[in-house]
Design a protein around this ligand. Sequence first.
Ligand code: CTP
Length: 401
Amino acid sequence: MGKLSGKKILIGITGSISAYKSVVLVRLLQKEGAIVKVVMTESSKEFVGELTFSTLCNSPVYSNLSQDNQWSNHVELGLWAELFLIAPASANTLAKMTHGLVDNLLTAIYLSAKCPIMVAPAMDLDMWNHKITQSNLQILQQIGIQIIPVGDGHLASGLSGPGRLAEPEEIVEIVKDFFIDSNLLSQKNILITAGPTYEAIDPVRFIGNRSSGKMGIRLAEEAVKLGAHVDLILGPSNESILSHSLLNVIRVESAQQMLDEVTKLQSKIDCFIFAAAVADYKVESPSQEKIKKTEINLDLHLTKNPDIALTIGKSKRSDQISVGFALETENLFENAKSKLDKKNMDFIVMNTPKVKNSAFGFDTNQISIYHKDGRILEFELKTKKEVAKDILHEIYQLQCR
Ligand code: CTP
């Protein structure tokens, strides 16, 4: 049985000389067991025939928003597919995708699709290198679209360089990896706390900290890609978050609100990841009115906040995994080990702002993972997205034990 057995893949074909390679791509995907449907733009038909694809797929090729006075239901096609793979994706289509321009069936499906989307760009060297193309690709990547790297070599224009459509065999490998990954944590409920908490002093002032929420948000985004259902309990953070049908974001302000939301969901959760920088103290009696300036000093009496990780650690079932973070500036291992034990965690992720470009506020982080069985894993400085993948991989390994 092929690795893509029964997977429903919608292939989008746009105007590029490399559209002929899509014929091989469709065949290879089918050989792996995938069920393939094809949608073509008008200009792609100048390069390769509709009949080729309809014969290969034993199904009509979709290309118009209406056909024979009948409306083609782009929503249905987008819902049918488990993956929408646009290969080749021309510079023109990439630009339309970036700006949400819908002037054909392919872009209408793209805008209404609920499934993951991949693009395999193909164009001439100068178009590829143009700042606007690169910026479009960056935007598409930021909204969660996977970009398949282009090949480098001889181009139809006679020039040589980057811009070639990836080889069909390479695309199929990427698609196979995608389907393996997208099932890794399927059926799992993951809860992630992230960001800072704000503890009110009065209606306009608060005690907070410098956490950006980036690490927790990247964890949530990567976990849904692995098929998990994620509840992200997020303190005040300005970081943008990719939307995804498996991701539920719950906004909170204070530590108490964060704990309340975590407790509500506690029983259905398979894995807790405590990435929030929770304020340890709150103002005992926040003022209901804005505090006015006076000639004398102001004393704030602080009282301890609930410890969310500790509360869950004490009450969690043995089949529930708990993962925490330890941000330390000294005695890294001793401090992390004591938090791991005290809060009954399965492993703790250690990081320190003493490493350049690491921890609070940065897009990169250098972590070590300390398991409760004493194993310590050291990682290099990586983007928070890559760090998130490493952490989720450890969680996956624990689930398999
Ligand atoms: N944590 C939590 N609730 C708190 C404090 C911490 O859930 N009120 C979680 C953090 O999300 C993190 C772990 O506990 O996963 C360790 O947090 P950290 O602030 O490093 O440790 P503390 O126990 O607060 O100790 P200290 O601030 O003294 O280092």
